[in-house]
Design a binder for this molecule. Structure first.
Ligand code: GDP
Length: 296
């Protein structure tokens, strides 16, 4: 994968327009990242797209990511000036903290309105992120049972709705879909391994091999605990894959190893968090990528 893969080019343009047209009505942007791959799951044009609107970076799927590595990322983004929240959108962990941050970001502005005797109205929020990062899950959790739809507003496409999720917060019910910038094999693999892009884009055995290579370096104990194999990071990775295949009965009729089967097991169990809470990216790995702007 030597060149940038263009993702749904038509769709990309449409969502860019959608985000930009709705931003006028938005007070705070919630940017969702995958906590296991914060840099690969980020659209580098986000700052430009959201044009200086207050933005909260949410590292979602925190329940699947390595807590130590996630703390490093949190500090890294905070050093860049971002507000950061850790989230598990499926179980709802971090949702209350996120809502507090949303209101906090608008506190001063709201106070100024109130000083002038004006009603600031609810804070309006839009969620943005690449496919599969958890936008719908977060919207579902935020909306819950208590929310009420507040109807169409001028300037909002018919059918799109603001949903009142608290007295002081309204959420745009349609998330902004961003596209990842797949400018290296590494980023493509990260997105594929976490399931953000379809398995048929990359070879499944290559993906599983790469996953195992990373895990043997950083998460040897977790591999031993899950698969009952000895991990020697200095030995060829394929030997580890073979050992796992044998433990899991991945053989073909003739006795040879069924790499397709063991690859699917590894990827599936990684994605479900069964091997442990694992991260695939560290802040230090991506220094030269930072600041890159997608020309699109
Ligand atoms: P969207 O495409 O951004 O709207 O993503 P979805 O909300 O459809 O989520 C994609 C997949 O990730 C679904 O299978 C979700 O159940 C799962 N998911 C989303 N958020 C989390 C999370 O915080 N933790 C875990 N474990 N899974 C999540």
């Amino acid at each position: 994968m030597s060149q940038t893969i263009n993702w749904y080019p038509g769709h990309m343009k449409k969502t860019k327009e959608l985000i930009q047209s709705h931003l006028k009505l938005v007070d705070v942007v919630v940017e969702l990242l995958d906590a296991r791959i914060p840099e690969s799951s980020r659209n580098p044009q986000i700052a430009e797209l959201t044009k200086g609107k207050p933005r909260i970076v949410c590292m979602n799927k925190y329940d699947l990511a390595d807590p130590k590595v996630t703390s490093l990322w949190k500090r890294h983004f905070e050093e860049e000036g971002a507000s950061v929240e850790l989230l598990d959108a499926v179980h709802g962990d971090g949702i209350d903290r996120l809502m507090r941050q949303i209101v906090d970001r608008m506190k001063e502005k709201r106070a100024k309105y109130l000083e002038k005797g004006r009603n600031p109205g609810p804070v309006r929020v839009m969620i943005v992120g690449i496919p599969n990062v958890g936008k719908s899950s977060l919207i579902n959790k935020l909306v819950g049972k208590s929310a009420t739809k507040t109807g169409n507003r001028p300037g909002v496409t018919r059918g799109k709705q603001w949903i009142r999720i608290r007295d002081d917060i309204e959420l745009f019910d349609t998330p902004g879909i961003l596209w990842p910038k797949i400018d290296s094999r590494e980023v493509g693999l990260n997105l594929a391994m976490t399931g953000a892009i379809k398995d048929d884009i990359l070879n499944i055995e290559d993906m599983a091999y790469e996953l195992l290579r990373r895990m043997e370096l950083h998460y040897a104990e977790a591999l031993t605990a899950r698969y009952g194999v000895e991990v020697d990071p200095t030995a060829p990775t394929i030997e580890l894959m073979d050992a796992i295949a044998l433990r899991r009965g991945c053989r073909r009729g003739g006795g040879e190893i069924d790499y397709d089967k063991v690859s699917r097991i590894l990827l599936d169990e990684f994605r479900k968090g069964l091997i442990g809470r694992l991260s695939l990216e560290w802040p230090d790995d991506f220094i030269e990528r930072r600041g890159a702007v997608d020309e699109d």
